[in-house]
Design a protein around this ligand. Structure first.
Ligand SMILES: Cc1cc2nc3c(=O)[nH]c(=O)nc-3n(C[C@H](O)[C@H](O)[C@H](O)COP(=O)(O)O)c2cc1C
Length: 356
């Protein structure tokens, strides 16, 4: 098992290449297809006046959209984060950086993350792995270094048991996660009162998870549900060893679809909910908001665009926002608050999930 700093950087680079060139998305989908919004034939809105702005943890974003954690900590990361940051500044959206562990191990890599501070971004989210608090004894000081690395407005703590379980070099001991409660509290008391967001990376959180996360004191949950990037697929293409390949293949479709995870988490969690995982259009965004998310996150299409140019990132994000505005126009909602109150129908498989 090799987890030294060179192998972490190399693995991150391999993940980017696999995500760019291979079909790494779930086939089963997010289940947003099982939500119908009610068309309002009269509309009673002016499409040009539709206001998609939101307030996320006290920061104003022009649309309920953040670019989810993707990268940092290797040779290609600075350019990718720069292209994302420039686009996000232009559109006044939020942005998360990828896991900061590589930066914590090697300060020469800080600029691959801190490049985001060259841009005026209203909401920047840091990223640390839950398992490292257990395995490596991370504490509030590590959070402080990570927050300062990028002037973070919030810190995401990612939970990725599937990814760790299928990686030959994975960290597989998630026992003892309750230590996060004191660490987050100590950080808030000693350093800065920023929000903490529990984040999945593509397999979703259940209702029971949401209760645990609420009890740990998390301010927000990014459901990171299934339907978009499948980490089993990413590892399937990345790993050369046949045995591991066959193993990850069995988990290609594992996880709670994003729409189901939002509904399950919403039923018990009173804090902020971010819908990430297979958000591919403004229609997905609108449906997320209607069923209870406060904001959405998107990763894979942005990574692919950012590997090309900042203009490509702007194009993808602008298209999603235009689609969101159109849905709002068609549902008679001229702002996000009224979209939240919109009526909807839940059908088929999604209905089964919420009976659970
Ligand atoms: C190349 C790549 C790297 C990622 N790295 C991280 C990471 O470091 N930390 C994290 O919390 N999530 C990470 N994610 C997960 C995303 O933030 C997101 O939750 C997931 O990809 C689902 O969204 P999508 O379907 O829009 O890609 C990564 C995703 C991709 C595609």
């Amino acid at each position: 098992m090799s987890n030294n700093k060179e192998s972490i950087e190399f693995r991150k680079l391999e993940h980017l290449l696999v995500c760019n060139y291979c079909d790494v998305e779930y086939k089963k989908g997010t289940l947003f297809k099982d939500i119908e919004l009610i068309h309002r034939g009269v509309s009673n809105c002016n499409l040009l006046d539709i206001d998609t702005s939101i307030n996320l943890f006290g920061k104003k974003l022009d649309a309920p959209l953040i670019v989810a954690a993707i990268t940092g900590g290797h040779s290609k990361a600075e350019e990718i984060n720069k292209n994302i940051a420039k686009a996000v500044e232009e559109l006044n959206l939020g942005m998360g950086v990828g896991s900061q562990r590589a930066g914590l191990l090697n300060s020469n890599l800080w600029s691959t993350y801190s490049i985001v501070n060259d841009y005026d971004i209203p909401f920047i989210m840091g990223n640390l792995g839950a398992v490292n608090f257990i395995k490596d004894g991370w504490d509030e000081e590590i959070i402080d270094i990570s927050v300062n690395m990028i002037n973070a407005d919030a810190m995401a703590i990612h939970f990725n048991p599937l990814q760790e379980a299928i990686q030959p070099e994975g960290d597989i001991d998630f026992k003892g996660i309750h230590i996060l409660k004191d660490i987050m509290l100590n950080y808030k008391q000693k350093y800065k009162n920023i929000p903490f967001i529990a984040k999945q990376v593509g397999e979703g959180f259940s209702k029971e998870d949401a209760i645990t996360l609420k009890n740990l004191g998390f301010d927000g949950i990014d459901v990171g549900g299934s339907g978009g990037t499948s980490w089993a697929a990413v590892e399937y293409y990345r790993i050369k060893d046949e045995e591991f390949k066959n193993f990850s293949k069995k988990f290609l479709e594992w996880g709670i679809p994003t729409a189901a995870s939002v509904l399950l988490v919403k039923s018990v969690f009173p804090g902020t909910i971010i819908a990430t995982g297979g958000i591919r259009s403004g229609i997905d965004m609108a449906k997320s908001i209607v069923i209870g998310a406060h904001c959405c996150g998107v990763a894979l299409p942005i990574l692919r665009a950012a590997l090309r140019s900042y203009e490509e990132v702007v194009k993808v994000l602008e298209k999603m926002i235009k689609e969101l505005k159109t849905v709002m126009f068609l549902t008679g909602c001229d702002n996000i608050e009224s979209l939240k109150k919109s009526k909807y129908i839940i059908k088929n498989e999604l209905k089964e999930w919420i009976k659970e």
